[in-house]
Design a protein around this ligand. Structure first.
Ligand SMILES: NC(=O)c1ccc[n+]([C@@H]2O[C@H](COP(=O)([O-])OP(=O)(O)OC[C@H]3O[C@@H](n4cnc5c(N)ncnc54)[C@H](O)[C@@H]3O)[C@@H](O)[C@H]2O)c1
Length: 305
């Protein structure tokens, strides 16, 4: 019998990666999570089916631990993931996210052997744009959060160039806005759901003109699986379902027949538009999304989550 594949995920209790943790556990992989259980974390998924370390990745102990666990696959997703937090406390977010990146890249560099390392980045590293960004386009992060994420994208280039044994073994994802169960209710689609469920109004930044692409959470774990198995380099992950917040609210109202209450709000320095070309992962890795935006939106808005 083949030994089980061992996957270590930093931030494996967060919104997106709690789903990834559960997906690979179900597939029979040996999963190890390092998560400090802060904002966005879902410790309620801890059920003994995976190994869990309640540790901050910024702690040097995390490097020792990754070396001790010696996983076949590593995903680094742990990050303070909120733009508003980063504009209020830039030093904290830059320091924490970049230190976490350094520790994980260092641990990966020192591992005697591994199959693949995925650094989880974001569409925000491209900055505001009027054209769909491709993976090779210049990074132009415009807030402290995306700057901390772009630091990891640059480390990806630096480590592959400097350490030949890492070449071809580091991959990177750049997701558009992911939505679905377990998302922090400050995020737009989660706050629309909360407004529909409780009447709590949605803060409408910049009069609802902000344009983002959205993808349902259930599409993410299979995309990660394709990249772990066959991926190399950077992959934008988007279905090009882009909407302004005003349009999103209209769609949610149409889907549910209910009114979404809103109140005006402002976000300093907010980028108005992100969009990416997501064809590389589909053409080169054959990844096919299982849910369209509308199917995901309907399932999420009707769910009890
Ligand atoms: N949510 C999105 O739409 C989106 C889009 C693109 C990229 N991303 C990236 O995906 C990853 C996950 O995003 P999310 O929305 O699920 O975030 P989240 O905030 O829900 O989860 C982050 C998890 O990481 C943990 N964590 C944070 N810093 C840590 C540290 N220093 N040490 C240990 N654990 C730590 C938290 O406890 C939490 O469980 C992040 O890297 C984020 O930048 C998210």
């Amino acid at each position: 019998m083949n030994p089980r594949k061992k996957l270590l995920i930093t931030g494996g209790l967060g919104f997106i990666f709690s789903h990834v943790t559960e997906y690979f556990v179900k597939k029979g992989w040996e999963v190890v999570v390092i998560d400090k259980q802060s904002t966005g974390s879902h410790p309620e998924i801890i059920d003994g089916s995976f190994k869990n370390y309640h540790i901050d990745v910024c702690n040097p102990e995390a490097v020792e631990l990754i070396l001790k666990e010696a996983p076949d696959y590593i995903i680094h997703a742990a990050a303070i993931s909120d733009v508003d937090d980063s504009t209020k406390k830039p030093l904290r977010v830059l320091e924490k996210n970049i230190t976490a990146n350094i520790n994980v890249f260092e641990a990966v560099r020192l591992l005697p052997r591994f199959e693949k390392f995925i650094y989880v980045s974001t569409d925000e590293v491209y900055g505001e744009c009027e054209m769909k960004k491709k993976e090779g386009d210049t990074l132009y992060p415009r807030n402290p959060y995306s700057c901390s994420k772009a630091a990891g994208s640059l480390m990806h280039i630096a480590y592959e160039n400097t350490y030949p044994h890492l070449r071809g073994k580091i991959a990177e994802t750049r997701f558009c806005n992911v939505f679905g169960p377990r998302q922090d209710s400050r995020k737009i689609i989660a706050s629309i759901k909360r407004a529909l469920d409780t009447g709590d109004p949605v803060p409408l930044h910049n009069e609802g003109t902000g344009f983002r692409e959205y993808i349902y959470i259930k599409n993410i774990p299979p995309a990660i699986e394709c990249i772990l198995e066959r991926g190399e380099g950077i992959y934008n992950v988007t279905l090009n379902d882009g909407h302004t917040v005003t349009k999103l609210i209209e769609r949610a109202e149409r889907a549910t027949g209910k009114k979404v209450p809103t109140h005006p709000a402002n976000r300093p320095g907010m980028d108005l538009k992100y969009q990416m070309d997501g064809t590389r992962i589909m053409i080169e890795l054959g990844w096919k999304p299982q849910y369209t935006f509308d199917e995901g939106l309907k399932e999420y808005l009707e769910s009890k989550a």
